[in-house]
Design a protein around this ligand. Structure first.
Ligand code: 3EB
Length: 328
């Protein structure tokens, strides 16, 4: 199949032969491309940027319910954005978010089946006020309930079908879910230092998150590594609460562990954190300079895009996600 390519930074028209399937942009990026674009309602700490996923050759596009999509025979980018009509913390907002999440995932799953790309590879989940309580439960936990129920409703076993993912709090905007899905299943990678997220105990909510620590997907002769949001968690517990640099160091250890696992699984390919591109979510704007300095050193100058976002556990101060192609 065609190799997936991230065009980045990206104008509103690709300069190369690739067709863009979709992508994302920081809210202050100029211009509106005609492909589905997930807006990050987040403050960026770099020049405004846009990222896009491209393939060679012909593509199809359409809308299914609330989902915008573009695809070729092998891979689809899809985007669903749903406003919460009564706001994020009004009475009933928790159940409303749960139902909205279940509906969004349900529509995505239906579309993926129809298009012949039934396998989720990578999902980016953003929602406002992720750590706020609604109806006695944290909004991230309501989100997790709806996501898990969408899997359960289709009898899909989460441990076998978990994509790479991120779930972050935005500074406003809709519930926004973007994904890459494929004709062929990805190869899931777990981190031996961490409990698989879909096995987290119920102290983190009534249903666990559904994601793998990373996946290998795309052209399986030359697979792309998508690393999920990675944070200062060992086992299932947050470590170094209150210490942002120690959290950065633990996060770097987790990234290196995931890249090492991917290199073992990668059919002779090697993946290196310092040859990857990283998106870094920082909870407190005041920490940005320190986080940038630490991770620039730890990741040996690999490109970083830093944004302010609320991480999905109150005590997590930083989270990093990555994309890498096999090392040269
Ligand atoms: C963690 O390791 C940190 O709910 O989709 C990271 C990546 C996190 C994805 C998700 C959550 C998600 O549990 C949080």
């Amino acid at each position: 199949m065609n190799r997936l390519q991230r065009l980045h930074p990206c104008p509103t028209r690709p300069s190369s032969i690739e067709q863009v399937l979709g992508g994302s942009a920081i809210a202050d990026a100029q211009g509106a491309p005609d492909w589905p674009e997930q807006t990050l309602h987040m403050t960026g700490f770099d020049a405004p940027w846009r990222e896009a996923w491209g393939v060679a050759g012909d593509i199809d596009a359409g809308q299914h319910g609330d989902v915008l999509w573009r695809a070729n025979q092998e891979v689809m980018f899809a985007l669903v954005e749903l406003e919460e009509p009564s706001g994020s913390t009004a009475k009933g907002a928790g159940e409303a978010l749960r139902a909205l999440t279940e509906r969004a995932y349900g529509q995505l799953f239906d579309l993926m089946a129809t298009q012949g790309t039934p396998h989720l590879w990578r999902v980016w989940n953003y929602l406002p006020d992720i750590n706020a309580e609604a109806d006695g439960l944290e909004r991230y936990r309501w989100f997790n309930l709806g996501r898990h129920q969408a899997y359960d409703a289709r009898g899909t076993a989460v441990a076998q079908h978990a994509p790479a993912a991120s779930a972050l709090g935005s500074a406003g905007g809709p519930l926004s879910i973007a994904c890459l899905a494929g004709r062929h299943p990805p190869r899931a990678i777990e981190n031996p230092r961490q409990v698989s997220a879909y096995h987290y105990p119920d102290q983190y909510g009534p249903r666990p998150p559904v994601f793998a620590r990373a996946v290998l997907a795309g052209d399986m002769g030359q697979p792309t590594l998508f690393v999920s949001g990675t944070a200062s968690i060992v086992g299932h517990e947050t470590v170094h609460a209150g210490d942002v640099l120690a959290q950065c160091a633990e996060t770097a250890r987790n990234l290196n562990a995931v890249f090492a696992e991917a290199s073992h699984a990668g059919g002779g390919h090697h993946y290196l954190a310092h040859q990857a591109e990283h998106r870094v979510y920082v909870r407190h704007s005041n920490d940005v300079a320190a986080v940038r300095a630490f991770l620039t050193d730890a990741l040996q100058g690999a490109p970083l895009a830093l944004v302010q976002a609320d991480v999905c556990r109150q005590d997590l101060l930083v989270e990093v996600e990555s994309v890498a192609n096999p090392a040269r």
